[in-house]
Design a protein around this ligand. Structure first.
Ligand SMILES: C[S@@+](CC[C@H](N)C(=O)[O-])C[C@H]1O[C@@H](n2cnc3c(N)ncnc32)[C@H](O)[C@@H]1O
Length: 243
């Protein structure tokens, strides 16, 4: 059973892509606690983001988890491949958003500009690999469903463009990753996942069904959650508190 889940999750992970974000960019997506100093924070599917390094500079005990940390060369290749595709991907997203929600939603992508986006991502990627080289143990090579992190030890978990983007394709894999997240979280701790299913961009019927089943599972277990709309092309975000 466990072997199958590992295999299933690995299959989804290898089909994923990697990106690079900063704390500033991530703050527009994730509602971080006002004071992060002293908190244990885990970024699941962190990719080549500098967010965890920046959280540590603010005094947090922040940890980044990513399957591609097993092979940093593959991580770099994955980011570079993604960046090479950016103009086509952004055009596709902008068109899709226009069709679904109207032109004003495309504003932030058009203002930031593709070249600027690629330049920033490259800078973040290079900073990430510099930080990784310092090797302070905050970069954990693991699958989201099998975290080498103690139970009840984490205050805040977040995941941007990772857990929902890749794992919702298989209900069991997503559920197992969420169970793991709950396991490491302290009572009163919080999870934030972005993007959650919406009519923005394409989500398969299967992913929509799996997302709905997961929310139903939370309701059946009397676990409270909120789905919050974010501006522009970012939204929505799922927030869950472990009670
Ligand atoms: C699109 S990137 C997102 C990176 C970062 N969170 C951001 O917003 O820029 C997705 C990352 O999730 C990682 N990933 C995908 N599936 C995973 C899994 N099952 N367990 C751990 N990491 C996974 C990939 O290796 C990739 O680096």
């Amino acid at each position: 059973m466990k072997e199958t889940l590992i295999q299933q999750e690995q299959n989804l992970a290898v089909e994923s892509f990697s990106t690079a974000n900063s704390f500033e960019q991530t703050s527009k997506i994730i509602d971080f606690p006002r004071q992060v100093a002293g908190l244990t924070i885990v970024d699941i599917g962190a990719g080549a983001s500098t967010c965890v390094a920046e959280l540590r500079e603010k005094g947090a005990n922040a940890l980044a988890v990513d399957y591609r940390y097993y092979n940093p060369k593959k991580l770099k290749r994955s980011v570079d491949r993604k960046l090479a595709d950016v103009p086509a991907i952004l055009n596709e997203r902008v068109n899709e958003a226009r069709t679904n929600l109207g032109a004003f939603f495309t504003e932030d992508l058009e203002i930031s500009g593709q070249q600027q986006f690629v330049r920033l991502s490259r800078k973040l990627r290079d900073r990430f690999f510099y930080n990784l080289g310092l090797g302070r143990g905050q970069y954990i090579a693991a699958l989201a469903g099998f975290l080498p992190i103690r139970s009840n030890s984490v205050d805040f978990v977040y995941s941007t463009q990772a857990l929902s983007t890749f794992l919702l394709k298989e209900a069991e894999v997503f559920q197992s990753a969420m169970d793991e997240t709950f396991r490491i979280l302290k009572t009163g701790g919080e999870i934030q996942i972005q993007p959650w299913i919406s009519n923005l961009f394409h989500w398969s019927n299967e992913e929509r069904g799996n997302a709905q089943a997961f929310l139903q599972h939370l309701e059946n277990s009397s676990i409270s959650y909120q789905i919050e709309q974010l501006p522009g092309l970012r939204g929505p975000r799922l927030k869950i508190v472990k009670n």
